[in-house]
Design a protein around this ligand. Structure first.
Ligand code: UDP
Length: 470
């Protein structure tokens, strides 16, 4: 895993980067690691056993960008059974704490072989307990938030207990950090309907704020202009550094020449099939639909989506993960093969960047949202759970780059509504405005990551400060 482009002199600081074992967390932290390495730091990415065995390399070139990888035990060698969430999370915490402590000790004992020795651990904010281990080992720690500042600030209010008070009064929620009213169904599902989830899971989200007074810096995968009011509010509480969007440089500033994809994925993308199929389509003509790496729709919902796609009469590229395929209507693939391509996994960034894309029907995972914003793609938002409803609110009302589908009280989307929403984004009255907003945000995103842009400056300032402690 070597890449000449990134062979910059090591500036005398070594950081370790530790992510929570979920693809949507590993990818942005890996991208951030590449940025730090490209600016001369030595970076070691720590992956954990339960996910590292399932990660496969992506193939478009060398994306390692001169970073090293080490693997530590997280309590599981295989994909864990998470039915007892509390037991899973406890085992993860105990195992990672112990493995990390041993790893940091190993670096200390063998410092001669590991120059420069690690100075800081950047850890996923979902694991605030890492800070204790890091401090015990005499290092600095900085949390990395993989969700937006709007979402983070809502969790913070919930953590402090402010939100519960607001929620009890009305359907509209006003938060000191956001400066605009949110409906209850715009809130992350762990906050709007916590009773649907294990307490231990809700606690993971809220505890992200449990020890922030002990850190000198925290990173968020966002950019200032995207949510400036909330960024400013967060910055008034903590030393926030917005450093995103953490997506491959090739799609933004292009300064990291070989950085064309995330480099790791849980599934193998059907790249050639997707790109050849898109190449044969006209500009802005295709509906791309994907629900990310985790969401699983019910069988009836899949049938209804299939109907909606057919009714829209648009070309469509639909990602249906292998385990979900049996939910497709019988012979749907064959019946619609002149209009659609269904794959188990696609190279999403390449797809979003393709000129044939007309819109993205998305579950609004934060990575997918940031990718679509960065590539200027109009969205049809169909959020499922966690932070996705809040991301949908930002897409529709703050950035105005898409519409949100209306669903019934069970969250069910019917085919007419899907057809209507696709048409609204691709050809309706608002289509022009939405596309022009999407293009504007694409430009702003690029600027944030270019030399002197807000995120680039924050990264440079962080490195300068880190080096000043040497
Ligand atoms: N993705 C991909 N190919 C696909 C579908 C998704 O590469 O066919 C990637 C996508 O680019 C994004 C990630 O998977 O980086 C999904 O992350 P997100 O936060 O959007 O959703 P999650 O999977 O965490 O629900």
């Amino acid at each position: 895993m070597e890449g000449e482009v990134y062979q910059k002199p090591i500036k005398g600081a070594h950081v370790l980067v530790l992510s929570y074992p979920l693809l949507g967390h590993i990818n942005p932290m890996l991208q951030f690691s590449k940025r730090l390495a490209s600016k001369g730091l030595k970076v070691t990415v720590i992956t954990t056993t339960s996910i590292s065995n399932r990660l496969c390399p992506q193939t478009t070139g060398d994306s390692s960008c001169n970073i090293e990888f080490v693997r530590v035990y997280d309590g599981y060698e295989e994909e864990p059974d998470k039915v007892d969430v509390e037991a899973y999370l406890n085992r993860l915490r105990v195992s990672i704490s112990l493995s990390l402590f041993k790893l940091l000790d190993y670096y200390k004992q063998n410092s001669i072989n590991f120059y420069p020795t690690p100075k800081m651990v950047i850890y996923d904010a979902f694991m605030p307990w890492v800070l204790q281990v890091v401090k015990k080992s005499g290092l600095e720690g900085a949390p990395f938030f993989t969700q937006s500042c709007v979402v983070n600030s809502i969790y913070y209010h919930a953590y402090k207990g402010d939100l519960i008070t607001s929620l009890s009064g009305s359907d509209l929620v006003s938060l000191p950090s956001i400066g605009s009213l949110l409906r209850v169904d715009d809130l992350p599902s762990f906050v709007s309907t916590p009773s649907l989830y294990a307490n231990a899971l809700v606690k993971v989200l809220l505890d992200q704020f449990s020890n922030l007074e002990e850190v000198n810096c925290l990173f968020v995968n966002t950019m200032d202009v995207l949510e400036i009011k909330v960024v400013d509010w967060m910055a008034s509480q903590w030393a926030v550094k917005t450093i995103g969007p953490c997506i491959p440089s090739m799609y933004l500033d292009k300064r990291l020449e070989d950085d064309k994809d995330y480099g790791l994925s849980l599934f193998k993308a059907q790249t050639d099939a997707c790109i050849q199929w898109l190449d044969a389509r006209e500009s802005a003509s295709v509906v791309y639909i994907s629900m990310g790496s985790l969401a699983s729709l019910g069988g009836e919902q899949m049938v209804e989506i299939a109907k909606g796609l057919e009714k829209s009469n648009k070309f469509f590229l639909w990602v249906v993960r292998a385990l979900e395929e049996s939910k497709l209507p019988l012979n749907f693939k064959e019946k619609t093969s002149n209009k659609g391509l269904i794959v188990n996994w696609c190279p999403q960034l390449e797809v979003l960047a393709h000129s044939a894309l007309g819109c993205f029907v998305t579950h609004c995972g934060w990575n997918s949202t940031l990718e679509a914003v960065s590539l200027g793609v109009p969205m049809v938002a169909f959020p499922q759970w966690t932070d996705q409803p809040t991301n949908a609110k930002c897409i529709v009302d703050f950035w105005r780059t898409g519409v949100r589908v209306k669903v019934d009280d069970q969250g069910f989307l019917n085919s007419d509504e899907l057809e209507f929403s696709i048409r609204e984004v691709m050809e309706g009255e608002r289509a022009k405005e939405i596309r022009s907003n999407a293009t504007k945000w694409k430009q702003l995103t690029k600027e944030a990551m270019e030399e002197g842009g807000s995120s680039d400056r924050n990264i440079e300032e962080f490195i300068a400060k880190l080096l000043s402690y040497s």
